[in-house]
Design a protein. Structure first.
Length: 118
């Protein structure tokens, strides 16, 4: 069973930075596309960023493009989300997601809270 554990959330002022980490275990990390999603209070969960299993391709939501960077370290079986120039509207619970295309199966972490406020 895939297990995902997020860390790195917290309270930050507008304009600040945070780096989220997601530790993967249970199966072969390099088989999985990895993504970050977020869900703000009263809103649906939305896709923030994705990196393919080989790490050769990334995609971002328009709202974070140019401010957030997703990366992965296959040796450490960890995916990261570097968040810069944070805005209050980035406040949400951030979830790590692992997707294995060959099986059509998703796995989720428990989430980490990010709050952007002065």
């Amino acid at each position: 069973q895939v297990q995902l554990v997020e860390s790195g959330g917290g309270l930050v002022q507008p304009g600040g930075s945070l780096r989220l980490s997601c530790a993967f275990s249970g199966f072969t990390f390099s088989y999985y596309d990895m993504s970050w999603y977020r869900q703000a209070p009263g809103k649906e969960r939305e896709l923030v960023a994705t990196i393919t299993s080989a790490g050769g391709s990334t995609n971002y939501a328009d709202s974070v493009w140019g401010r957030f960077t997703i990366s992965r370290d296959n040796a450490k079986t960890t995916v990261y989300l570097q968040m810069n120039s944070l805005k209050p509207e980035d406040t949400a619970i951030y979830y790590c997601n692992a997707y294995r295309r060959s099986l059509g199966r998703h796995y989720w972490g428990q989430g980490t809270q990010v709050t952007v406020s002065s």
